[in-house]
Design a protein around this ligand. Structure first.
Ligand code: TYD
Ligand code: MG
Length: 454
């Protein structure tokens, strides 16, 4: 067999692009002085993220597609985002700001999981004492879980070889390093090479590897962009400012639905699952105020009730502002144009702010109608009934378009005691839902008429 030769490449520390020669400026992201030399050792079958072994051609029908049993993580909300638990041989990246609760969540899950399976928790950030103290304070079962404080990838690979765990946690990928890569830990090239190394290991040993990453929403250095193509699942643990709730959202999943949402609360006894997220996101104060409305969005595989708020105020000098938090800003501007053109309501001399309460991000169009009604409510200083729920996508011609899973959304609203609903005509229910009266409308103008009559 030919002896494998070490090659070197130049990797941009900012964007992770590889170049064969050194150059002053990265030709991909245009950053200056960011290239550094990386030694690449070729490994047989080293295709990153490739799970197969042979190069034979077969008919798809000849391949046995076995559903491998999933490993339950110990948290139903985490399993939901994973698509039903960990898949053996898969690599999961959990990102989030420092302090979001990634280590706490995984420690809790692992100590439970270790009661029935081999689990290895490798910490490169905290000492073993800190880890043990936290587990004790949270009254977690201490027997079962194997722990190691290590950052060298090759040594961790040996530990995995010896211990043969079913699940390995690497906390965090930013501090892990490979001796063969001569670049500092946390740099793009280290993170990329180390993650690729562990991805191959996961496939070879059929072990679940969970990588923890300090990743901000913007991505930043060694962010998800660099890793996303090689891992199987990528999820973010978000901690809205000042809130004790944490949302775990799937951004990529080779084994389940993306955009799935898990909800936790950070308590003094660690992370607690929130079984009924609609109830917490819809906690409204006692005072009814204009500009507030409830809507029901669709998150992965389940409905979620949320409150939208809007504030409309005279322009305070300069251009009118359009600010959307947790919503798409461009869509807000578009809705205001529809409101003007099709309903004759002009907000050109008003600042418009819209916000989703509780720090949830709505990435679908079903909230369109609710945003507009909240804006109008604030503009006209009109309090909308508390037991009114609305959803629907708004088209540029002023028509109200149906959304997916309309019936399930309405059922969720009825379950939480809503009495009136305004929805797109095509989402009207076939049969009566509790004692909720549902108005199916075809246009925004028709929706406004219904609101006026409530
Ligand atoms: P941690 O899991 O260390 O965050 P990460 O690994 O994502 O950086 O969580 C740290 C934060 O959580 C810290 O601000 C303290 C808080 N916390 C609690 O509120 N309750 C608890 O029981 C624990 C363990 C942490
Ligand atoms: Mg941590």
């Amino acid at each position: 067999m030919a002896k494998s030769k070490t090659k070197s490449a130049f990797v941009c520390e900012d964007c992770g692009a590889e170049h064969s020669k050194w150059q002053g400026q990265c030709s991909v992201c245009s950053a200056w002085n960011t290239l550094s030399r990386v030694n690449i050792t070729p490994i047989a079958n080293a295709a990153v993220g490739y799970a197969g072994v042979t190069a034979q051609v077969k008919k798809l029908s000849e391949i046995e597609a076995l559903e491998t049993p999933r490993i339950a993580s110990g948290f139903k909300e985490l399993d939901r985002v994973l698509g039903g638990g960990f898949v053996p041989g898969s690599v999961v990246l959990i990102g989030g700001d420092p302090g979001a609760g990634k280590s706490t969540l995984l420690l809790q899950a692992c100590t439970t999981l270790a009661q029935s399976k081999g689990v290895l928790y490798v910490t490169g950030e905290e000492s073993l004492q800190q880890l043990a103290m936290r587990a004790k304070r949270l009254s977690l079962p201490l027997d079962g879980l194997s722990v190691a404080a290590e950052t060298r990838a090759e040594i961790i690979a040996n530990l995995i070889e010896e211990q043969k765990p079913a699940v390995v946690i690497l906390d965090s990928i930013q501090v892990m390093q490979m001796e063969s890569v001569d670049s500092t830990p946390g740099s793009v090239s280290q993170v990329k090479e180390t993650a690729a190394y562990f991805t191959r290991l996961a496939k070879q040993k059929d072990v679940v590897i969970v990588l923890v990453g300090h990743i901000t929403k913007e991505g930043g250095i060694a962010g998800p962009k660099v890793l996303e193509h090689m891992i199987d699942c990528f999820m973010m643990l978000d901690s809205p400012a000042g809130s004790r709730f944490r949302t775990l959202r799937g951004h990529k999943n080779r084994f389940g639905a993306v955009n799935e949402l898990g909800v936790f609360a950070m308590t003094d006894m660690g992370m607690k699952e929130v079984a009924n997220p609609s109830a917490i996101f819809l906690q409204r104060g006692d005072v009814d105020s204009p500009g507030s409305i409830a809507t029901v969005t669709w998150e992965g595989t389940r409905p979620l009730l949320v409150e939208l708020q809007a504030l409309v105020d005279d322009v305070a000098g300069g251009h009118p502002k359009r600010v959307a938090v947790g919503l798409d800003q461009q869509r807000l501007a578009m809705h205001l144009a529809v409101l003007h053109r099709h309903c004759g309501i002009a907000l050109g001399d008003q600042d418009v702010f819209a916000n989703v309460v509780g720090g949830v991000r709505i990435a679908e169009t079903g909230a369109d109608l609710a945003v507009l009604l909240a804006v109008l409510g604030s503009f006209r200083d009109r309090v909308l009934p508390r037991d009114l729920i609305v959803f629907g996508e708004l088209g540029l011609t002023g028509e109200l378009r149906p959304v997916t899973n309309g019936q399930e959304r309405l059922r969720e609203a009825a379950k939480h005691g809503f009495k009136h609903a305004i929805v797109p005509f095509a989402n009207s229910p076939k049969e009566k839902l509790g004692n909720m009266s549902v108005h199916g409308v075809k246009t925004l103008a028709a929706a406004l008429e219904v609101v006026a009559g409530l």
